[in-house]
Design a protein around this ligand. Sequence first.
Ligand SMILES: CSCCC(=O)C(=O)COP(=O)(O)O
Ligand SMILES: [Zn+2]
Length: 206
Amino acid sequence: MDRTRDVDVRAGELARAGRFFFERGWVPATAGNFSARLDERRVLITASGRHKGELDADGFLVVGLDNALFTPDRKPSAETALHLLLYRREAGIGAVLHTHSLPATVLSRLSPGGVVLEGYEVLKALPGVVSHTARLEVPVFGNDQDIPRLAQRVERFLGDRPGTPGFLIEGHGLYTWGRTVEEARRHVEAFEFLFACELEMRRLSR
Ligand SMILES: CSCCC(=O)C(=O)COP(=O)(O)O
Ligand SMILES: [Zn+2]
């Protein structure tokens, strides 16, 4: 695929994911950011402050894995450093998606030490999980407006737990990824369903 067409195809996939997430209330009020790998050096990422349910071609720009800007007239997501760390540490990652749903936001505040998901069949939609009996501990990082510093904390954690399929930021939202936009989107759906179940379980068992 030629380079321009590759950008257009990935932008289309990310814009469709944005509409899907917005319809479900997972990216309110311009929240969230999305990216897809273009090659070994560059990723396509959402521009900062755009409404993620209404992304068009202007809503994206190209950044280097070294943080170099390839589209100097547009400002990349404020959370670009979190995306880049993931692409740099794992060549197989093709897309990174970040959402701000109500269940992810509330659960991350209720369980700042990590959210344990156990006993749910949908866990099997996540990489490396083969049974509902699996126990998945989703890490929760304290929120930080210094994103490069937050990215360093995430990077250190993933160094010790490389199989982690996603993480939460406290009172903020979910990051997950996949080999393709489609796979990353499926992981968002699985996590969001699991967080909604977990929140409901806690509400009903009070
Ligand atoms: C309006 S939500 C606050 C910023 C944020 O957390 C987010 O995900 C969107 O930031 P971006 O710079 O990527 O638009
Ligand atoms: Zn965010």
